[in-house]
Design a protein around this ligand. Structure first.
Ligand code: UN1
Length: 516
């Protein structure tokens, strides 16, 4: 296997024109010698190096912001449909490059082959969405109380924005933000996760080739970093009007406070600790598939991963053995191999966090029903693999209120739906949720104001796997941001309320008289 992986690694680097040492800064062209530290990208599949990236520092950052501001001046001079045209061309190119890009996503983050390609498909989908949106950016018109006056609102671009992404959706989440921001008229600086640098560089290569070929302003820039420096610079910089941040609650709190201090805008997509309720009225086969996908896809490293399962005590003894069976059979291993559903975790720290969480769960009264250990995959001994794990919990405890980025599912029993919803809503995070039931009353209760407290609510489908057409994001510690579809585009704009007096007099609102 390792020899195959070695030749595959070479193919991927060649296909994407990646070198053994790469520039990690793109600002109107690749910066030949960025001045940040060197970071080696490691494949979690075998723990071996893929290639090295020279990241950016403060000096590079200044250049990037300056150029991005200059590009904005040109970009706002275009109409939204003209901007949409660039995104359409980018979407076309992504269609051509889908499998090549999907492979670097898998190699660098350990996603399965279909998930790696799915990542690029999500970019294509949001590109299509953004193109359509470029002809539908609309505001409201209001009736004015003043004679011969017209009032309406318009949404204007913000200027330069920053997008900070995480390793688990290393390019699609960038595109959710960037393609939408681009059609509304912003320019975008991307700070990708230091664990997925080569994916970001590959995506930028493909996208900026299109930008150059069709002579558009260089609205997309990239600045990689090896730590917090670039993220901190972006957050503190009043020239960067909005920071869209995906990552942990802990880092999100720092970003949020820093940006708020300068009255900048944020879109925060922080931790999830998503629960699925399976009621006695559920379709069992469908629920098993939904729970398994939600909990195990991307090896439990999605913000939307199902981390908590809340099952009606009446079906518990029927449901759990079936789920345990699936967990035991699910194939863990090289994510590029056919039939493997669970790849590696991102790195050694993630394995330690997995093991640490299991120890804590046991101390808090949990009983490991299946899994619980790190595993070595033959031929890939340096990789970061773990067993899909189910832990039965007697009640909600501190560890079950935390997001551990690993395939650990905490299971709870419930008696009444009210109790199930209470358990469900008892965690600090509020991203995604789901209920499996065929009972209308149960479903509607879950979707009512007294039901799920999350940004995403699913019925008879998993907490994970959202489509781009809806607004994506969550409540409470998840940060409250919304990105991707629906009217999330408004977050990338500033709203202006316009009042026009087209009469010969100047009547005042509220009947105020002011005769001069
Ligand atoms: C994330 O984990 O940050 O809904 C995003 C999903 C994916 C996106 C997850 N479409 O599972």
């Amino acid at each position: 296997m390792s020899t195959d992986l070695n030749s595959l690694r070479k193919d991927i680097l060649r296909d994407l024109e990646l070198n053994s040492v790469n520039s990690g800064v793109y600002s109107n062209g690749w910066v030949a010698k960025p001045s940040g530290k060197r970071v080696t990208s490691i494949s979690p599949i075998d723990g071996r190096a893929i290639a090295t990236v020279i990241t950016g520092s403060k000096k590079d950052y200044e250049r990037v912001v300056g150029r991005s501001e200059a590009a904005y001046e040109e970009w706002v001079a275009l109409t939204p449909p003209q901007r949409g045209e660039l995104i359409r061309l980018i979407g076309n190119e992504l269609r051509i490059q889908k499998s090549k890009l999907g492979r670097i996503v898998s190699l660098e983050t350990g996603k399965t082959k279909v998930e790696g390609e799915g990542e690029i498909q999500e970019m294509i989908d949001i590109a299509d969405f953004a193109v359509g949106l470029s002809r539908q950016l609309h505001g409201l018109q209001m009736a004015s109380e003043r004679f011969e006056h017209r009032m309406y609102e318009q949404y204007l671009p913000l200027g330069v924005i920053g997008v900070i992404t995480s390793f688990n959706f290393p390019s699609s989440v960038w595109s959710w933000n960037s393609f939408i921001a681009a059609v509304v008229g912003d320019t975008v600086i991307w700070k990708p996760s230091s664990k997925a640098l080569l994916t970001a560089i590959s995506v930028m290569k493909i996208i900026t080739k299109v930008v150059k070929e069709y002579n558009y302003p260089e609205i997309f820039s990239l600045i990689t970093g090896g730590g917090f420096e670039i993220g901190n610079l972006l957050s503190a910089d009043p020239r960067v009007k909005l920071i869209s941040f995906t990552g942990s609650v802990k880092s999100g709190r720092i970003v949020s406070e820093t940006v708020a201090r300068r009255f900048g805008k944020t879109i925060l997509e922080l931790g999830g600790n998503n629960g699925s309720i399976v009621t006695s009225k559920a379709n069992i086969e469908l629920s098993l598939k939904g729970v398994a996908f939600g909990a195990l896809a991307t090896a439990g490293q999605r913000c939307t991963t199902t981390r908590r399962l809340i099952v009606d005590e009446g079906i518990y003894n029927k449901f759990l053995p079936r789920l345990k069976d699936i967990y035991r059979k699910v194939k863990v291993g090289n994510p590029l191999e056919e039939g493997v559903l669970v790849g590696p975790l991102i790195d050694g720290d993630a394995v330690s966090n997995f093991l640490g969480a299991i120890e804590r769960a046991k101390k808090e009264g949990g009983k490991v029903l299946v899994g619980g250990k790190a595993v070595k995959v033959k031929g890939l001994e340096g990789g970061f693999y773990v067993e899909p794990t189910i832990i039965e919990m007697p009640k909600v405890t501190p560890i079950t209120c935390e997001e551990t980025f690993a395939p650990i599912l905490y299971v709870f029993k419930y008696r009444t739906l009210e109790e199930a919803i209470k358990i469900h809503n008892s965690v600090p995070q509020g991203l995604s949720s789901s209920i499996f039931t065929t009972d209308l009353r149960e479903e509607e209760r879950f979707l009512s104001a007294l039901g799920s407290d999350c940004g995403l609510a699913n019925v008879n489908t998993a907490t994970a796997g959202a489509e781009i057409g809806g607004a994506f994001g969550g409540e409470k510690d998840t940060g409250g941001g919304r990105e991707s579809g629906s009217d999330a585009w408004k977050n990338y704009t500033r709203r202006q309320t316009v009042t026009i007096n087209w009469g010969k007099d100047i009547p005042l609102a509220q009947g105020v008289r002011f005769e001069v």
